[in-house]
Design a protein around this ligand. Structure first.
Ligand code: DX5
Ligand code: ZN
Length: 226
Protein backbone atom coordinates (compact mmCIF):
# COMPACT_ATOMS: atom_id res chain seq x y z
CA UNK A 1 0.00 0.00 0.00
CA UNK A 2 1.45 3.40 -1.00
CA UNK A 3 0.71 5.85 1.78
CA UNK A 4 2.13 8.80 -0.13
CA UNK A 5 0.43 11.08 -2.68
CA UNK A 6 1.16 10.42 -6.37
CA UNK A 7 3.10 13.66 -6.74
CA UNK A 8 5.22 15.61 -4.25
CA UNK A 9 3.96 19.15 -3.64
CA UNK A 10 5.93 22.38 -3.55
CA UNK A 11 4.74 24.94 -1.01
CA UNK A 12 6.29 28.38 -1.67
CA UNK A 13 6.58 30.38 1.56
CA UNK A 14 5.05 33.84 1.21
CA UNK A 15 7.34 35.04 4.02
CA UNK A 16 10.00 35.66 1.35
CA UNK A 17 7.59 37.48 -1.01
CA UNK A 18 7.14 41.24 -1.32
CA UNK A 19 4.49 41.97 1.33
CA UNK A 20 3.17 44.95 -0.66
CA UNK A 21 2.32 42.53 -3.51
CA UNK A 22 1.00 39.38 -1.85
CA UNK A 23 -1.87 39.04 -4.34
CA UNK A 24 0.53 39.04 -7.27
CA UNK A 25 2.81 36.56 -5.52
CA UNK A 26 -0.11 34.19 -4.94
CA UNK A 27 -1.25 34.50 -8.57
CA UNK A 28 2.30 33.82 -9.76
CA UNK A 29 2.80 30.66 -7.67
CA UNK A 30 -0.63 29.36 -8.67
CA UNK A 31 0.11 29.89 -12.39
CA UNK A 32 3.56 28.32 -11.99
CA UNK A 33 1.97 25.13 -10.64
CA UNK A 34 2.72 25.24 -6.89
CA UNK A 35 0.62 22.79 -4.88
CA UNK A 36 0.10 24.78 -1.68
CA UNK A 37 0.77 28.32 -0.38
CA UNK A 38 2.75 28.28 2.89
CA UNK A 39 1.90 31.07 5.34
CA UNK A 40 4.22 31.69 8.32
CA UNK A 41 2.44 33.07 11.37
CA UNK A 42 4.83 34.29 14.10
CA UNK A 43 3.88 35.89 17.40
CA UNK A 44 7.12 37.34 18.75
CA UNK A 45 6.90 34.94 21.72
CA UNK A 46 7.30 31.38 20.46
CA UNK A 47 9.76 32.76 17.91
CA UNK A 48 11.61 36.10 17.94
CA UNK A 49 9.86 37.47 14.84
CA UNK A 50 6.32 38.82 14.26
CA UNK A 51 4.70 38.34 10.86
CA UNK A 52 1.07 38.05 9.89
CA UNK A 53 -2.32 37.26 11.44
CA UNK A 54 -5.89 36.33 10.55
CA UNK A 55 -6.82 39.48 8.57
CA UNK A 56 -3.95 38.93 6.15
CA UNK A 57 -4.87 35.24 5.78
CA UNK A 58 -8.43 36.31 5.02
CA UNK A 59 -7.18 38.68 2.32
CA UNK A 60 -4.99 35.93 0.87
CA UNK A 61 -8.00 33.61 0.81
CA UNK A 62 -9.71 35.96 -1.64
CA UNK A 63 -6.65 36.06 -3.90
CA UNK A 64 -6.01 32.36 -4.64
CA UNK A 65 -7.62 28.96 -5.03
CA UNK A 66 -4.48 27.22 -3.71
CA UNK A 67 -4.81 25.56 -0.31
CA UNK A 68 -3.44 27.90 2.39
CA UNK A 69 -1.03 26.08 4.70
CA UNK A 70 -0.81 28.14 7.91
CA UNK A 71 2.24 27.32 10.01
CA UNK A 72 1.50 28.70 13.48
CA UNK A 73 4.66 29.62 15.34
CA UNK A 74 2.73 30.91 18.32
CA UNK A 75 2.32 30.09 22.01
CA UNK A 76 -1.03 28.66 23.14
CA UNK A 77 -2.03 27.69 19.59
CA UNK A 78 -5.50 26.49 20.65
CA UNK A 79 -6.43 30.13 21.31
CA UNK A 80 -6.13 30.97 17.62
CA UNK A 81 -6.05 27.78 15.52
CA UNK A 82 -9.79 27.79 14.74
CA UNK A 83 -9.66 31.53 14.00
CA UNK A 84 -7.18 30.76 11.22
CA UNK A 85 -9.50 28.11 9.79
CA UNK A 86 -12.34 30.66 9.84
CA UNK A 87 -10.05 33.14 8.05
CA UNK A 88 -9.59 30.60 5.24
CA UNK A 89 -6.72 28.27 6.16
CA UNK A 90 -7.04 24.78 4.66
CA UNK A 91 -4.13 23.29 6.57
CA UNK A 92 -3.16 24.45 10.07
CA UNK A 93 -0.08 23.22 11.90
CA UNK A 94 0.94 23.82 15.50
CA UNK A 95 4.27 23.26 17.23
CA UNK A 96 4.62 20.30 19.57
CA UNK A 97 6.90 22.49 21.71
CA UNK A 98 4.17 25.13 22.15
CA UNK A 99 1.28 22.92 23.19
CA UNK A 100 0.88 20.49 26.10
CA UNK A 101 -2.60 19.53 24.78
CA UNK A 102 -1.84 18.71 21.17
CA UNK A 103 -4.51 16.04 20.89
CA UNK A 104 -7.21 18.57 21.79
CA UNK A 105 -5.85 21.24 19.46
CA UNK A 106 -5.59 18.84 16.50
CA UNK A 107 -9.20 17.77 17.03
CA UNK A 108 -10.34 21.38 17.15
CA UNK A 109 -8.62 22.09 13.81
CA UNK A 110 -10.21 19.04 12.17
CA UNK A 111 -13.63 19.80 13.63
CA UNK A 112 -13.37 23.30 12.15
CA UNK A 113 -12.83 21.69 8.73
CA UNK A 114 -9.09 21.95 8.07
CA UNK A 115 -6.22 19.46 7.84
CA UNK A 116 -4.38 19.32 11.16
CA UNK A 117 -0.59 19.19 11.38
CA UNK A 118 2.09 18.94 14.06
CA UNK A 119 5.37 20.83 13.66
CA UNK A 120 8.62 19.62 15.20
CA UNK A 121 11.62 21.86 15.79
CA UNK A 122 15.02 20.48 14.74
CA UNK A 123 15.72 19.34 18.33
CA UNK A 124 12.43 17.48 18.85
CA UNK A 125 12.60 13.75 17.95
CA UNK A 126 9.95 12.27 15.63
CA UNK A 127 9.30 9.52 18.19
CA UNK A 128 7.30 12.07 20.22
CA UNK A 129 4.50 11.53 17.69
CA UNK A 130 3.99 7.79 18.14
CA UNK A 131 0.99 8.18 20.47
CA UNK A 132 -0.62 10.80 18.26
CA UNK A 133 -0.72 8.83 14.98
CA UNK A 134 -4.26 9.08 13.62
CA UNK A 135 -4.86 12.50 15.18
CA UNK A 136 -2.90 14.49 12.56
CA UNK A 137 -3.06 14.72 8.77
CA UNK A 138 0.51 15.91 8.28
CA UNK A 139 3.78 16.49 10.11
CA UNK A 140 5.95 19.52 9.39
CA UNK A 141 9.62 18.90 10.17
CA UNK A 142 11.60 22.10 10.66
CA UNK A 143 15.00 21.98 8.98
CA UNK A 144 16.00 25.36 10.46
CA UNK A 145 15.22 26.91 13.84
CA UNK A 146 11.96 28.74 13.13
CA UNK A 147 11.70 32.50 12.99
CA UNK A 148 13.27 33.67 9.75
CA UNK A 149 13.54 32.80 6.08
CA UNK A 150 16.85 32.33 4.31
CA UNK A 151 18.65 30.13 6.88
CA UNK A 152 20.80 27.08 6.10
CA UNK A 153 19.32 23.58 5.97
CA UNK A 154 20.22 21.33 8.93
CA UNK A 155 21.28 18.04 7.24
CA UNK A 156 20.33 15.81 10.19
CA UNK A 157 16.68 16.37 9.31
CA UNK A 158 17.05 13.91 6.41
CA UNK A 159 17.39 11.15 8.98
CA UNK A 160 14.28 12.41 10.80
CA UNK A 161 12.32 12.23 7.53
CA UNK A 162 13.43 8.60 7.09
CA UNK A 163 12.49 7.70 10.67
CA UNK A 164 9.09 9.36 10.34
CA UNK A 165 8.51 7.58 7.01
CA UNK A 166 9.27 4.29 8.81
CA UNK A 167 6.68 5.11 11.50
CA UNK A 168 4.17 5.88 8.73
CA UNK A 169 4.78 2.50 7.05
CA UNK A 170 4.77 0.56 10.28
CA UNK A 171 1.49 2.14 11.45
CA UNK A 172 -0.04 2.21 7.93
CA UNK A 173 -1.03 5.83 8.55
CA UNK A 174 -1.45 7.99 5.43
CA UNK A 175 -0.17 11.30 6.85
CA UNK A 176 1.93 13.69 4.75
CA UNK A 177 5.50 14.63 5.64
CA UNK A 178 6.38 18.29 5.00
CA UNK A 179 9.84 19.86 5.42
CA UNK A 180 10.45 23.56 6.03
CA UNK A 181 13.64 25.63 6.06
CA UNK A 182 16.63 25.97 3.77
CA UNK A 183 15.04 23.81 1.08
CA UNK A 184 16.37 24.29 -2.45
CA UNK A 185 17.86 22.62 -5.51
CA UNK A 186 20.64 21.05 -3.40
CA UNK A 187 18.37 18.96 -1.17
CA UNK A 188 14.89 18.73 -2.79
CA UNK A 189 15.48 15.37 -4.48
CA UNK A 190 17.08 13.75 -1.40
CA UNK A 191 14.24 14.95 0.84
CA UNK A 192 11.60 13.41 -1.41
CA UNK A 193 13.63 10.21 -1.70
CA UNK A 194 13.80 10.07 2.12
CA UNK A 195 10.00 10.27 2.38
CA UNK A 196 8.97 13.95 2.20
CA UNK A 197 5.76 14.78 0.29
CA UNK A 198 5.59 18.56 0.67
CA UNK A 199 8.58 20.90 0.54
CA UNK A 200 8.37 24.50 1.69
CA UNK A 201 10.64 26.93 -0.15
CA UNK A 202 10.89 30.64 0.61
CA UNK A 203 14.14 32.18 -0.58
CA UNK A 204 14.71 29.42 -3.17
CA UNK A 205 11.55 30.66 -4.93
CA UNK A 206 11.13 34.36 -4.19
CA UNK A 207 14.79 35.41 -4.22
CA UNK A 208 15.42 33.58 -7.52
CA UNK A 209 15.86 35.77 -10.61
CA UNK A 210 12.77 34.10 -12.13
CA UNK A 211 10.53 32.75 -9.34
CA UNK A 212 8.13 30.92 -11.70
CA UNK A 213 11.05 29.12 -13.34
CA UNK A 214 12.45 28.27 -9.90
CA UNK A 215 9.13 26.61 -9.00
CA UNK A 216 9.26 24.48 -12.15
CA UNK A 217 12.90 23.53 -11.54
CA UNK A 218 12.29 22.61 -7.91
CA UNK A 219 9.29 20.50 -8.85
CA UNK A 220 11.27 18.67 -11.54
CA UNK A 221 14.01 18.00 -8.97
CA UNK A 222 11.42 16.69 -6.47
CA UNK A 223 9.97 14.31 -9.09
CA UNK A 224 13.44 12.77 -9.47
CA UNK A 225 13.28 11.71 -5.81
CA UNK A 226 10.15 9.58 -6.27
C1 DX5 B 1 10.93 29.73 9.06
C2 DX5 B 1 9.66 29.50 8.28
C3 DX5 B 1 9.86 29.04 6.89
C4 DX5 B 1 10.62 30.02 6.01
C5 DX5 B 1 11.38 29.20 4.99
O1 DX5 B 1 10.63 29.90 10.38
O2 DX5 B 1 8.85 28.52 8.91
O3 DX5 B 1 8.63 28.67 6.27
O4 DX5 B 1 9.79 30.92 5.34
O5 DX5 B 1 12.19 30.04 4.26
P1 DX5 B 1 13.46 29.49 3.47
O6 DX5 B 1 12.94 28.48 2.45
O7 DX5 B 1 14.04 30.70 2.85
O8 DX5 B 1 14.36 28.81 4.47
ZN1 ZN C 1 7.05 27.76 7.78
Amino acid sequence: MDLRPAKPLLAPSLLSADFTRLGEALAMIERAGAGVAHVDVMDGRFVPNITIGMPVVQAMRGATKLPLDCHLMIVEPLRYAVEFVKAGADWVSVHQEADPHLHRTLHAIRDAGAKAGVVLNPSTPVETLTDLVGAFDFVLLMSVNPGFGGQSFIPRVLDKVRRLDAIRSERKAPFLIEVDGGVGMKNAKDLVAAGADVLVAGNAVFKAPDPAAAIAELQAEMEKGR
